[in-house]
Write a protein that binds this ligand. Structure first.
Ligand code: FAD
Length: 422
């Protein structure tokens, strides 16, 4: 008998299904796509997310599937000599116990891997499904269509893992708040960049753009670019991907010369950077995980790590409920709801800070950045954004977030109370 239906078989859905199947729960996954493709998503797992994946028993599989570890970070900036930027480089090996640094693996490759492991663990996965219809409540129901026709499942619980535009969330009418966009954020995978140092990640800001580079091994580098909202369409059209690559070859970052021969190895897409938050992560018969439950600004690359933490907390909630009936009422997700709310609050502040540093352009912003880098040498709180992104929301003291909230004029979030049972 199907105990749990997971809608969405991406990172959150695929990984969740493995964790639950290994715990002896009967799981069905419904995934819209027939094959995983590069949709320009997260491919850099922060050290703290690596530790979470390790706890879930997934980290070694990611490494064995080709996950590439990065051990050094450098921030380059037009206000700094490249040699000085290199001197400020730091090692990434110290941010989470047992994790050597961020792990990079393609999003489609990760989803393929999770699907394979899940099937081996006994999960039923239906690909190419459409017309999902959800009914929540004490007898949750999922209707869907596939090549064989229409189907209805009556599990004990539905897990909404269907990404940032979640149909599960929308169908349940769960309120969803999106911050005003601060900048645009585009991504492109490139190949033929073998001269990029394989163990180095970088952020570089020059002129009207900053870029982030995360090597994946074998000459592949995942590039992201942040630029002003007014430049919508900057990388669209047939020349967009090449223009993207050319824009990354910045003088302030000597390593970027390695990108001058690079070729696009996937689509180039752009997104608003905005964080989002949802009013409820759990209602009777349904719980949301991953981006469906609200997402962080991709500038600081936290979505995969946030998802891994979600899965651990939801797993613990499900396995902790006593009784053979396993009815899983929403109150078991109270700790998850509370942790997620505070986690997103903290990571949002970290992202807002990084956005001010890395994604504002023009003369004033340049001067501010120069002052910021100088001040950072004596005020470690100004490095809080990067530290939280690498070490996790608990890597800096709670008061540091209060400082960020009071020192900067970041947009307010809705004052929603926690979930009804919290
Ligand atoms: C540009 C960009 C860069 C990013 N960079 C990073 C990074 O470097 N590091 C990081 O940690 N995070 C990053 N993220 C965030 C990260 O990609 C997400 O947090 C992560 O993919 C969330 O996983 P998910 O499974 O919730 O959603 P997804 O990975 O989007 O998966 C959702 C799945 O649900 C399926 N689905 C959707 N609707 C339906 C439906 N109606 N029925 C059935 N199936 C459905 C989809 O086909 C998909 O397979 C980035 C995001 C963006 C946009």
């Amino acid at each position: 008998m199907t105990e749990i239906v997971i809608v969405g078989g991406g990172i959150a859905g695929g990984a969740m299904s493995i964790v639950l199947a290994r715990a002896g729960i009967e799981v069905v996954v419904l995934e819209r796509s027939a094959a995983y493709e590069d949709r320009v998503r997260g491919e850099w797992l922060a050290p703290w997310g690596g530790a979470e994946a390790n706890e879930l028993g997934l980290y070694d599989s990611l490494r064995e599937a080709g996950g590439h570890t990065i051990t050094v970070h450098t921030t380059y900036d037009e206000t700094m000599e490249p040699a000085h930027a290199k001197e400020r480089s730091f090692t990434l090996e110290t941010f989470a116990d047992g994790i050597d640094g961020p792990l990079c693996l393609g999003h489609p490759a990760s989803c393929d891997l999770y699907e394979r492991i899940a099937r081996d663990a006994g999960v039923q996965i239906h690909r190419g499904v459409s017309a999902i219809r959800i009914e929540a409540g004490i007898a949750p129901t999922v209707h869907y269509t596939d090549a064989d026709g229409e189907h209805t499942l009556r599990p004990k619980l539905i897990i909404g893992a269907d990404g940032r535009d979640s149909t599960v969330r929308r169908q349940l009418g769960i309120s969803h708040h999106e911050d005003p966009a601060h900048h645009l954020f585009a991504g492109l995978l490139v190949e033929n960049a073998a001269a990029w140092p394989e163990d180095h990640q970088a952020i570089a800001t020059e002129g009207d753009m900053s870029f982030l580079a995360f090597p994946q091994g074998a000459g592949r580098v995942r590039l992201y670019a942040a630029y002003a909202l007014q430049q919508k369409g900057r990388f669209s059209g047939p020349d967009g991907p090449q223009h993207f690559i050319d824009s990354c070859v910045m003088k302030c970052c000597p390593d970027a010369e390695a990108l001058s021969e690079a070729r696009p190895a996937g689509p180039c897409r752009s997104f608003k950077n905005s964080d989002t938050i949802v009013q409820h992560v759990a209602l009777p018969g349904v719980v949301l995980v991953g981006d469906a439950a609200g997402h962080n600004d991709p500038l600081i690359g936290q979505g995969l790590s946030i998802t891994m933490r979600d899965l651990r907390l939801v797993r613990d909630a499900l396995l902790g409920e006593s009784g053979a009936e396993r009815n899983w009422p929403p109150r078991i997700f109270t700790d998850y709801a509370r942790d997620r709310r505070e986690r997103l609050r903290r990571l949002r502040l970290a992202a807002c800070l990084q956005s001010r540093i890395e994604a504002e352009f023009g003369d004033e912003a340049r001067t501010r950045r120069g002052e910021f880098f100088t001040e950072m040498e004596t005020n470690p709180l100004l490095g809080a954004g990067l530290t939280a992104a690498l070490g996790g929301p608990e890597a800096i003291p709670a008061e540091a977030y209060d400082f960020l909230e009071s020192a900067f004029d970041f947009p307010a979030w809705p004052a929603w109370p926690l979930d009804p049972d919290a």
